[in-house]
Design a protein around this ligand. Structure first.
Ligand code: TLP
Length: 349
Protein backbone atom coordinates (compact mmCIF):
# COMPACT_ATOMS: atom_id res chain seq x y z
CA UNK A 1 0.00 0.00 0.00
CA UNK A 2 1.61 3.26 -1.09
CA UNK A 3 1.27 6.09 1.39
CA UNK A 4 -0.23 8.23 -1.40
CA UNK A 5 -3.43 6.30 -0.97
CA UNK A 6 -3.94 7.77 2.48
CA UNK A 7 -5.65 11.09 2.97
CA UNK A 8 -3.32 12.48 5.57
CA UNK A 9 -4.93 15.15 7.76
CA UNK A 10 -2.75 14.54 10.81
CA UNK A 11 -0.94 17.86 10.51
CA UNK A 12 0.09 20.59 8.10
CA UNK A 13 3.65 19.41 8.77
CA UNK A 14 3.22 16.29 6.59
CA UNK A 15 3.64 18.09 3.26
CA UNK A 16 6.49 17.21 0.92
CA UNK A 17 8.53 19.80 -0.98
CA UNK A 18 7.13 20.35 -4.48
CA UNK A 19 9.32 19.93 -7.60
CA UNK A 20 9.58 23.73 -7.93
CA UNK A 21 10.63 24.07 -4.28
CA UNK A 22 13.22 21.31 -4.76
CA UNK A 23 14.58 23.18 -7.78
CA UNK A 24 14.95 26.33 -5.71
CA UNK A 25 16.76 24.27 -3.06
CA UNK A 26 19.08 22.63 -5.59
CA UNK A 27 20.16 25.93 -7.09
CA UNK A 28 20.56 27.83 -3.79
CA UNK A 29 23.79 29.71 -3.22
CA UNK A 30 25.31 28.50 0.04
CA UNK A 31 28.14 29.23 2.48
CA UNK A 32 29.03 28.34 6.05
CA UNK A 33 26.26 29.84 8.16
CA UNK A 34 28.17 29.39 11.41
CA UNK A 35 30.51 32.03 9.93
CA UNK A 36 27.40 34.02 8.89
CA UNK A 37 28.40 33.41 5.26
CA UNK A 38 25.39 31.68 3.78
CA UNK A 39 23.85 34.27 1.44
CA UNK A 40 20.52 32.45 1.17
CA UNK A 41 20.16 32.18 4.96
CA UNK A 42 21.05 35.85 5.29
CA UNK A 43 18.45 36.73 2.68
CA UNK A 44 15.82 34.67 4.50
CA UNK A 45 16.64 36.22 7.87
CA UNK A 46 16.39 39.74 6.41
CA UNK A 47 13.14 38.85 4.72
CA UNK A 48 11.60 37.49 7.93
CA UNK A 49 12.78 40.48 9.97
CA UNK A 50 11.23 42.79 7.38
CA UNK A 51 7.95 40.82 7.27
CA UNK A 52 7.68 41.04 11.05
CA UNK A 53 8.96 44.60 11.38
CA UNK A 54 11.82 43.48 13.66
CA UNK A 55 15.50 44.42 13.64
CA UNK A 56 16.73 40.87 13.06
CA UNK A 57 15.76 37.23 12.70
CA UNK A 58 17.54 33.91 13.11
CA UNK A 59 16.96 30.74 11.07
CA UNK A 60 16.58 27.67 13.30
CA UNK A 61 15.73 24.01 12.66
CA UNK A 62 12.36 23.87 14.41
CA UNK A 63 9.49 25.77 15.96
CA UNK A 64 10.38 24.32 19.32
CA UNK A 65 13.89 25.72 19.10
CA UNK A 66 12.56 29.13 18.03
CA UNK A 67 10.20 29.26 21.02
CA UNK A 68 12.81 27.99 23.44
CA UNK A 69 15.39 30.54 22.30
CA UNK A 70 12.79 33.23 22.93
CA UNK A 71 12.19 31.92 26.45
CA UNK A 72 15.91 31.51 27.15
CA UNK A 73 16.88 34.99 25.99
CA UNK A 74 14.15 36.75 27.98
CA UNK A 75 14.18 34.98 31.33
CA UNK A 76 16.46 34.15 34.24
CA UNK A 77 16.46 30.81 36.08
CA UNK A 78 13.72 30.87 38.73
CA UNK A 79 11.45 33.23 36.80
CA UNK A 80 7.86 32.43 35.94
CA UNK A 81 6.36 32.67 32.46
CA UNK A 82 2.65 32.93 31.69
CA UNK A 83 1.11 30.83 28.91
CA UNK A 84 -2.37 29.65 27.95
CA UNK A 85 -2.99 26.12 29.22
CA UNK A 86 -3.44 24.64 25.75
CA UNK A 87 -0.33 26.30 24.35
CA UNK A 88 2.26 24.41 22.36
CA UNK A 89 5.03 25.69 24.64
CA UNK A 90 3.34 24.07 27.64
CA UNK A 91 2.01 20.87 26.07
CA UNK A 92 4.30 19.81 23.26
CA UNK A 93 7.80 21.02 24.00
CA UNK A 94 8.76 18.26 26.44
CA UNK A 95 9.08 20.63 29.41
CA UNK A 96 11.88 22.48 27.61
CA UNK A 97 11.33 25.76 29.52
CA UNK A 98 12.08 23.84 32.73
CA UNK A 99 15.03 21.98 31.26
CA UNK A 100 16.65 24.72 29.21
CA UNK A 101 15.71 27.96 30.94
CA UNK A 102 14.94 26.68 34.46
CA UNK A 103 11.73 28.67 34.56
CA UNK A 104 8.37 27.78 36.04
CA UNK A 105 5.29 27.87 33.85
CA UNK A 106 2.04 29.46 35.01
CA UNK A 107 -0.90 28.33 32.89
CA UNK A 108 -4.17 30.21 32.51
CA UNK A 109 -7.31 28.93 30.84
CA UNK A 110 -8.26 30.95 27.79
CA UNK A 111 -11.43 31.17 25.75
CA UNK A 112 -10.66 29.40 22.48
CA UNK A 113 -7.00 29.89 23.32
CA UNK A 114 -7.34 33.59 24.03
CA UNK A 115 -6.32 35.10 27.38
CA UNK A 116 -7.45 38.54 28.47
CA UNK A 117 -5.32 41.34 29.88
CA UNK A 118 -7.28 41.04 33.15
CA UNK A 119 -6.45 37.34 33.51
CA UNK A 120 -2.80 38.03 32.93
CA UNK A 121 -2.96 41.02 35.26
CA UNK A 122 -4.20 38.90 38.13
CA UNK A 123 -1.61 36.18 37.51
CA UNK A 124 1.44 38.43 37.52
CA UNK A 125 3.45 37.95 40.72
CA UNK A 126 3.99 40.70 43.24
CA UNK A 127 7.41 41.84 44.35
CA UNK A 128 7.04 39.84 47.59
CA UNK A 129 10.33 37.97 47.93
CA UNK A 130 8.60 34.59 48.35
CA UNK A 131 7.33 34.76 44.80
CA UNK A 132 9.00 34.15 41.48
CA UNK A 133 9.45 37.05 39.06
CA UNK A 134 7.03 37.06 36.13
CA UNK A 135 9.27 37.87 33.19
CA UNK A 136 7.50 36.71 30.03
CA UNK A 137 4.01 36.28 28.60
CA UNK A 138 3.74 33.90 25.62
CA UNK A 139 0.73 33.96 23.30
CA UNK A 140 0.00 31.65 20.36
CA UNK A 141 -1.53 32.87 17.07
CA UNK A 142 -3.13 30.95 15.53
CA UNK A 143 -3.75 28.74 18.54
CA UNK A 144 -3.21 25.12 17.57
CA UNK A 145 -4.95 23.19 20.32
CA UNK A 146 -7.90 25.59 20.40
CA UNK A 147 -8.49 24.73 16.73
CA UNK A 148 -6.45 27.28 14.77
CA UNK A 149 -8.12 30.29 16.38
CA UNK A 150 -7.00 33.84 15.73
CA UNK A 151 -5.98 36.12 18.59
CA UNK A 152 -8.04 39.35 18.43
CA UNK A 153 -5.65 42.24 17.86
CA UNK A 154 -7.42 44.49 20.40
CA UNK A 155 -6.79 41.93 23.15
CA UNK A 156 -3.14 41.59 22.19
CA UNK A 157 -2.88 45.36 22.37
CA UNK A 158 -4.47 45.41 25.87
CA UNK A 159 -2.13 42.66 27.06
CA UNK A 160 0.81 44.58 25.65
CA UNK A 161 -0.21 47.82 27.39
CA UNK A 162 -0.48 45.98 30.69
CA UNK A 163 2.75 43.98 30.26
CA UNK A 164 4.69 47.03 29.27
CA UNK A 165 3.50 48.88 32.37
CA UNK A 166 4.90 46.00 34.47
CA UNK A 167 8.16 45.57 32.51
CA UNK A 168 7.16 42.09 31.29
CA UNK A 169 8.29 40.94 27.84
CA UNK A 170 6.00 39.26 25.35
CA UNK A 171 6.70 36.39 22.96
CA UNK A 172 4.44 35.22 20.15
CA UNK A 173 4.44 31.61 19.03
CA UNK A 174 3.56 32.52 15.47
CA UNK A 175 4.13 29.09 13.93
CA UNK A 176 0.90 29.74 12.02
CA UNK A 177 0.95 33.55 11.91
CA UNK A 178 0.57 33.15 8.11
CA UNK A 179 -2.86 31.58 8.59
CA UNK A 180 -3.85 34.41 10.94
CA UNK A 181 -2.73 36.91 8.29
CA UNK A 182 -4.68 35.35 5.45
CA UNK A 183 -7.84 34.73 7.48
CA UNK A 184 -7.95 38.12 9.23
CA UNK A 185 -6.23 40.38 6.71
CA UNK A 186 -3.92 41.69 9.45
CA UNK A 187 -0.32 41.80 8.19
CA UNK A 188 2.21 39.91 10.38
CA UNK A 189 4.00 43.21 11.04
CA UNK A 190 0.84 44.60 12.62
CA UNK A 191 0.60 41.57 14.89
CA UNK A 192 4.32 41.33 15.67
CA UNK A 193 4.58 44.98 16.76
CA UNK A 194 3.11 44.08 20.16
CA UNK A 195 5.73 41.42 20.87
CA UNK A 196 9.40 41.54 21.81
CA UNK A 197 10.05 38.24 20.03
CA UNK A 198 8.12 36.26 17.44
CA UNK A 199 8.70 32.73 16.20
CA UNK A 200 7.45 31.61 12.78
CA UNK A 201 7.56 28.29 10.90
CA UNK A 202 8.02 27.47 7.23
CA UNK A 203 7.26 23.77 7.60
CA UNK A 204 3.64 23.95 8.75
CA UNK A 205 1.14 25.41 6.27
CA UNK A 206 3.83 26.75 3.94
CA UNK A 207 5.15 23.41 2.72
CA UNK A 208 8.90 23.71 3.40
CA UNK A 209 10.55 20.49 4.61
CA UNK A 210 12.07 22.10 7.71
CA UNK A 211 12.79 25.43 9.29
CA UNK A 212 11.59 28.17 11.60
CA UNK A 213 12.84 31.58 12.66
CA UNK A 214 12.85 33.73 15.74
CA UNK A 215 12.80 37.52 15.37
CA UNK A 216 13.38 40.42 17.74
CA UNK A 217 15.90 43.14 18.47
CA UNK A 218 19.46 42.70 17.20
CA UNK A 219 20.59 42.21 20.76
CA UNK A 220 18.09 39.45 21.50
CA UNK A 221 18.78 37.70 18.21
CA UNK A 222 22.54 37.74 18.90
CA UNK A 223 21.87 36.14 22.29
CA UNK A 224 19.64 33.59 20.56
CA UNK A 225 22.43 32.82 18.06
CA UNK A 226 24.69 31.90 20.93
CA UNK A 227 22.09 29.65 22.59
CA UNK A 228 21.27 28.08 19.23
CA UNK A 229 24.90 26.97 19.16
CA UNK A 230 24.63 25.66 22.72
CA UNK A 231 21.64 23.55 21.65
CA UNK A 232 23.55 22.16 18.68
CA UNK A 233 21.56 24.19 16.18
CA UNK A 234 24.46 25.91 14.42
CA UNK A 235 24.11 24.76 10.81
CA UNK A 236 26.57 25.00 7.94
CA UNK A 237 25.60 25.15 4.23
CA UNK A 238 21.98 25.42 5.21
CA UNK A 239 21.01 27.75 2.37
CA UNK A 240 19.45 24.71 0.69
CA UNK A 241 16.84 24.76 3.45
CA UNK A 242 16.57 28.55 3.59
CA UNK A 243 15.84 28.46 -0.16
CA UNK A 244 12.84 26.22 0.54
CA UNK A 245 11.64 28.69 3.16
CA UNK A 246 12.05 31.63 0.76
CA UNK A 247 10.18 29.70 -1.90
CA UNK A 248 7.42 29.01 0.65
CA UNK A 249 7.15 32.70 1.59
CA UNK A 250 7.00 33.71 -2.08
CA UNK A 251 4.50 31.11 -3.26
CA UNK A 252 2.54 29.48 -0.49
CA UNK A 253 1.07 32.18 1.72
CA UNK A 254 -1.86 33.47 -0.32
CA UNK A 255 -3.03 29.93 -1.06
CA UNK A 256 -3.66 29.28 2.66
CA UNK A 257 -7.17 30.62 1.98
CA UNK A 258 -7.83 27.33 0.17
CA UNK A 259 -6.89 25.40 3.32
CA UNK A 260 -9.27 27.54 5.34
CA UNK A 261 -12.08 26.78 2.86
CA UNK A 262 -11.30 23.07 3.10
CA UNK A 263 -11.53 23.26 6.90
CA UNK A 264 -14.99 24.85 6.64
CA UNK A 265 -16.15 22.20 4.23
CA UNK A 266 -14.83 19.39 6.42
CA UNK A 267 -16.24 20.87 9.63
CA UNK A 268 -19.72 21.38 8.16
CA UNK A 269 -19.92 17.79 6.96
CA UNK A 270 -18.33 16.05 9.94
CA UNK A 271 -20.18 18.26 12.44
CA UNK A 272 -23.42 16.78 11.14
CA UNK A 273 -22.52 13.30 12.37
CA UNK A 274 -24.17 12.54 15.71
CA UNK A 275 -21.64 12.39 18.51
CA UNK A 276 -19.01 14.30 16.51
CA UNK A 277 -19.11 17.72 18.13
CA UNK A 278 -17.35 20.62 16.45
CA UNK A 279 -17.28 24.13 17.86
CA UNK A 280 -17.83 25.84 14.51
CA UNK A 281 -16.91 29.38 15.68
CA UNK A 282 -13.44 28.07 16.50
CA UNK A 283 -12.90 26.83 12.94
CA UNK A 284 -11.23 30.04 11.82
CA UNK A 285 -8.29 28.76 9.77
CA UNK A 286 -7.00 25.30 8.70
CA UNK A 287 -7.59 23.19 11.83
CA UNK A 288 -10.70 21.27 12.89
CA UNK A 289 -10.98 19.78 16.38
CA UNK A 290 -13.65 17.14 16.85
CA UNK A 291 -14.92 16.25 20.30
CA UNK A 292 -15.90 12.57 20.19
CA UNK A 293 -16.90 12.16 23.86
CA UNK A 294 -20.55 11.57 22.89
CA UNK A 295 -19.79 8.75 20.47
CA UNK A 296 -19.15 6.36 23.34
CA UNK A 297 -15.92 5.31 21.59
CA UNK A 298 -12.32 6.04 22.34
CA UNK A 299 -10.12 8.23 20.16
CA UNK A 300 -7.90 5.19 19.49
CA UNK A 301 -10.91 3.26 18.22
CA UNK A 302 -12.04 6.02 15.93
CA UNK A 303 -8.58 6.80 14.62
CA UNK A 304 -7.80 3.18 13.85
CA UNK A 305 -11.13 2.62 12.13
CA UNK A 306 -10.46 5.67 9.98
CA UNK A 307 -6.92 4.50 9.29
CA UNK A 308 -8.33 1.22 7.99
CA UNK A 309 -10.33 3.35 5.54
CA UNK A 310 -7.18 5.30 4.59
CA UNK A 311 -8.05 8.51 6.39
CA UNK A 312 -5.50 9.78 8.90
CA UNK A 313 -6.39 12.13 11.74
CA UNK A 314 -4.59 12.57 15.04
CA UNK A 315 -5.42 12.61 18.73
CA UNK A 316 -5.53 15.98 20.46
CA UNK A 317 -6.72 14.97 23.94
CA UNK A 318 -8.32 11.81 25.33
CA UNK A 319 -11.67 12.88 23.87
CA UNK A 320 -10.68 15.07 20.94
CA UNK A 321 -9.25 14.36 17.52
CA UNK A 322 -7.79 16.81 15.04
CA UNK A 323 -7.87 17.27 11.27
CA UNK A 324 -5.52 19.78 9.64
CA UNK A 325 -5.79 21.04 6.08
CA UNK A 326 -2.69 21.66 3.99
CA UNK A 327 -1.34 22.08 0.49
CA UNK A 328 -0.87 18.37 -0.19
CA UNK A 329 -4.52 17.52 0.18
CA UNK A 330 -7.12 18.46 -2.42
CA UNK A 331 -10.67 19.64 -1.85
CA UNK A 332 -11.85 16.33 -3.35
CA UNK A 333 -9.74 14.35 -0.88
CA UNK A 334 -11.09 16.41 2.00
CA UNK A 335 -14.63 15.73 0.79
CA UNK A 336 -13.83 12.01 0.58
CA UNK A 337 -12.36 12.03 4.11
CA UNK A 338 -15.42 13.79 5.51
CA UNK A 339 -17.73 11.42 3.66
CA UNK A 340 -15.80 8.45 5.07
CA UNK A 341 -16.52 9.74 8.58
CA UNK A 342 -20.19 10.34 7.74
CA UNK A 343 -20.67 6.81 6.36
CA UNK A 344 -18.58 5.11 9.05
CA UNK A 345 -20.23 6.72 12.05
CA UNK A 346 -23.69 8.00 11.13
CA UNK A 347 -25.33 4.80 12.30
CA UNK A 348 -23.45 4.50 15.65
CA UNK A 349 -24.65 7.22 17.98
N1 TLP B 1 2.96 21.53 16.13
C1 TLP B 1 2.80 20.16 15.71
C2 TLP B 1 2.83 19.21 16.91
O1 TLP B 1 3.95 19.46 17.68
C3 TLP B 1 1.62 19.29 17.78
C4 TLP B 1 1.52 20.01 14.94
O2 TLP B 1 1.35 18.95 14.30
O3 TLP B 1 0.68 20.92 14.96
N2 TLP B 1 4.23 26.06 17.79
C5 TLP B 1 3.06 25.59 17.34
C6 TLP B 1 1.83 26.41 17.52
C7 TLP B 1 3.00 24.34 16.70
O4 TLP B 1 1.82 23.89 16.28
C8 TLP B 1 4.18 23.60 16.54
C9 TLP B 1 4.16 22.23 15.90
C10 TLP B 1 5.38 24.13 17.04
C11 TLP B 1 5.37 25.37 17.67
C12 TLP B 1 6.69 23.38 16.98
O5 TLP B 1 7.19 23.26 15.72
P1 TLP B 1 8.28 22.12 15.35
O6 TLP B 1 7.51 20.85 15.25
O7 TLP B 1 8.85 22.61 14.08
O8 TLP B 1 9.29 22.11 16.43
Amino acid sequence: MSDNEFIDLRSDTVTKPSPAMREAMASAEVGDDVFGEDPTVNQLQERVAELLGKEAALFVPSGVMANQLAVKTQTQPGDEIIVEEGSHIFNYETAAPAMISNVQIRTLQGQRGVLTAEQIGSAVRSKDYHQPRTSLVCLENTHNRAGGTIYPLEEIQRIRDFSKSRGINMHLDGARIWNAWIASGTHPKDIARYFDTVSVCFSKGLGAPVGSAVAGTKETVEKARKFRKVLGGGMRQVGVLAAAALYALDNNIQRLAEDHDKAQLFAQKVGSVRGFTIDLPSVQTNIVIIDIANTGRTTTDILSLLRSKKVLLTEMTSSKIRAVMHLDVTKEQVTTAAQTIVTSFSHVA
